[in-house]
Design a protein around this ligand. Structure first.
Ligand SMILES: [Zn+2]
Length: 362
């Protein structure tokens, strides 16, 4: 994951951490004036970074610049945002994301939430954090340009948190604004969505995304970009965790031979995701369509469509439950063996209906 450094560069709009956010930022500054904005998109395409850039623009004290050209990245307020210490900006992220995003979390979750080192960091946004945000919103702005609260990812608010938040969205406090980021807006309560202005991000243009990846040292960026459905941040994340274009290209052949080794060490969610993509592409080829995630030359044809559909159903069920504490190794071997079967050229008496059996291994 790239570090978020709003204002880390000195040159105005060029200071955006993700260059494809320039136009959405301009549009949002010109047209979104409400007290709550929902920034959403297909997967992570810069929602959080855009929310921070918007917050910085609204807090920016270089008032000689038109709003559309802020943030200036040079005034005291911009420097405070860059240092993550602006008194009027609160960023709420789940504990599990704080480190990777570089926000230590001023979300008011007390020691009782974190005192136990054996406890896994929470992936939820809890009511304590939302209560802290509501209290923050009602206090007077320290530097006089309003208060900004970023909630990311908003769909991680647990039901109690979402309910507490709803009341604030109905009766906003003073000069506070809420920026909600989401990669799954359908998972948000309709009552929350309906109280927010809407800003939809799309995947960036392929050339811009490839250039951004190439600048960060990713070889054959077009391969990983396609592997990640056009989402460059995810592609960079994969590259930084050791997945390269050669490994991705070689994956279909290895899976077809029942070789699980290229997937070892991957989080189970990514394994299931990769297998779903492989299943999609082989099925697309079988139907005469273009593959989407793998280079065509890396895929072999011949698998039966019925077998692929059955495999796809099993993977979809697994995808819902990838946080389950299976033994990853056992799950991986099972998955790859099942995948090898699904990719075989069909014979009579195939095993389309045979499901996966994953041992819990605990
Ligand atoms: Zn500024």
């Amino acid at each position: 994951m790239s570090a978020v450094e709003p204002g880390a560069h000195a040159s105005g709009r060029a200071g955006l951490p993700l260059p494809w956010l320039g136009e959405p930022l301009r549009q949002a500054l010109a047209t979104r004036h409400g007290h709550a904005l929902l920034i959403h998109g297909p997967g992570a395409v810069g929602q959080f970074e855009l929310a921070l850039a918007l917050a910085q623009a609204w807090l920016c004290e270089q008032t000689s610049l038109p709003l559309a050209e802020r943030p200036c990245n040079a005034c005291p307020a911009c420097r405070l945002v860059a240092a993550r210490s602006h008194p009027d900006l609160m960023v709420i992220v789940p504990e599990a994301l704080r480190e990777s995003l570089g926000w230590s979390g001023d979300a008011g979750e007390g020691d009782d939430e974190r005192d136990s080192s054996k406890k896994k960091p929470s992936k939820d946004i809890r009511i304590e954090a939302i209560r802290a945000a509501i209290a923050f919103a009602t206090t007077t702005s320290g530097r006089g340009r309003g208060k900004l609260i970023v909630v990311h990812p908003a769909e991680r608010m647990n039901p109690a948190a979402a309910n507490a938040f709803l009341k604030t969205l109905e009766e906003p406090a003073g000069d506070s604004r809420f920026l909600l980021c989401s990669a799954a807006p359908d998972a948000l309560a309709a009552t929350i969505r309906s109280r927010c202005q809407d800003l939809a991000l799309t995947v960036p243009a392929r050339t811009a995304a490839e250039a951004w990846l190439a600048e960060r040292g990713v070889d054959a960026p077009e391969v990983l970009l396609a592997a990640c459905g056009g989402r460059p941040q995810e592609a960079l994340d994969w590259a930084e965790s050791g997945v390269d274009a050669t490994a991705w290209r070689g994956l279909p052949g290895r899976i077809a031979r029942g070789d699980a080794s290229p997937l070892r060490g991957w989080p189970l969610a990514r394994v299931v995701d990769a297998l779903q993509k492989l299943c999609h592409d082989v099925a697309a080829l079988a139907c005469g369509a273009e593959p989407r995630y793998f280079p065509r030359a890396s895929l072999s044809t011949g698998a039966g469509v019925a077998s692929l559909l059955a495999w796809n159903r099993e993977l979809s069920r697994l995808a819902v439950d990838v946080e389950h504490p299976w033994s990853v190794d056992l799950a991986l071997e099972s998955l790859v063996e099942r995948s090898r079967e699904a990719l075989k050229t069909p014979r009579s008496g195939g095993r389309e209906e045979q499901g996966l059996s994953l041992n819990s291994g605990r």
